[in-house]
Design a protein around this ligand. Sequence first.
Ligand code: AKG
Length: 371
Amino acid sequence: MIRQFDIGQIDGGDRLTIEWDDGAVLIAPWIWVREHSHDPDTFHPVTQQRQVFTGGLDPDLRPVDLSIDDDRLVVTWANDDAPSVLPLSFVRDHAAAVPLPDEPVLWDVATIAEQWPSVPHDVVMADDDGVRRWLDLVARYGFCMVTGTPATVDATRSLMERIGYIRETIFGGFWEFRPDLSKADTAYTNIELLPHTDGTYSHDAPGLQILQCLHHDGDGGASTMVDGFRIADELRRNAPEHYETLSTVEVPGQYIGDGAHLVAQRPVFRHDRGGRLVQVSFNNADRAPFLLPPDEMDRFYAALRAFEALANDDRLRWERHNPPGEAMLFDNWRMLHGRTAFTGHRHLCGGYVNREDYESRRRVLGSGVAG
Ligand code: AKG
């Protein structure tokens, strides 16, 4: 999908500078412009891979002419290199300060109490528009229920496969769980699971998770969901010192059992180079023992306490008995999920899709994806 935009200013000084009328700006060195030309000697038109030997380009390359021709930027160089041609849509995609697509709704329970994001199963299974609608809701709210999903493992797996292939982990591919103490994870017990994200022991935590309750004949067992970006926002505004601590201390997560010993670490709030929050990681049960110098350790525990207070605050923690037939898809880099303790026989199924496959699906569907 080509976005509409108007160029206000284009300047060919030391670097290429383009300012659009809506405030977006691109500032790029000339060598960047040269190596991103879309001519076939520079950029393979089918594989979309770079063909040019960047190390062989003239580092002092300068243009003698710049023009806009048919939605393309054409740059004529002072040396013998052929003119470079870059689609304006490509240039625009790399401009800074473009309003982010899918500005997340940082919700609390009051926001979604009456109406939470949901989409019918038939809509998702029908065509790509349905998948786009589903994933756009996940991008905004961090989760979305799929109503009318047949309460079977196969139907839940097929639903998830509308996004991408199922990720293999130590739990297998698409999994089912019932209370089973032979497993090394409390998910397989009937005790309460406080809000957490999955895979804090993985360098690349699962991007999306789906869960469906297929059967439950006892009490309790409600699902819980908290918007981790909302927690971050409240901490950033009300307790910046805790926000800073949780953004800098690398917290190790671990999984020990089933023949594995997995360890990874990252801050609870992980940001991209532009300072944008991209991932919340928190699982107190899976936090590996670690010690910092005394003052830092005190600061960490104070910040952890503030985080846990918000994660378990009834104002932010949504609790619902998701009935069989309602599959819950959520962003595991944003939402914390959990469940209340339960009795009786409870049978769930679920699985993961990798982050990059989720983002890829959205790009291919034409939804804006930052980064
Ligand atoms: C998990 O598998 O990480 C869970 O939190 C299980 C949730 C549930 O049992 O509802």
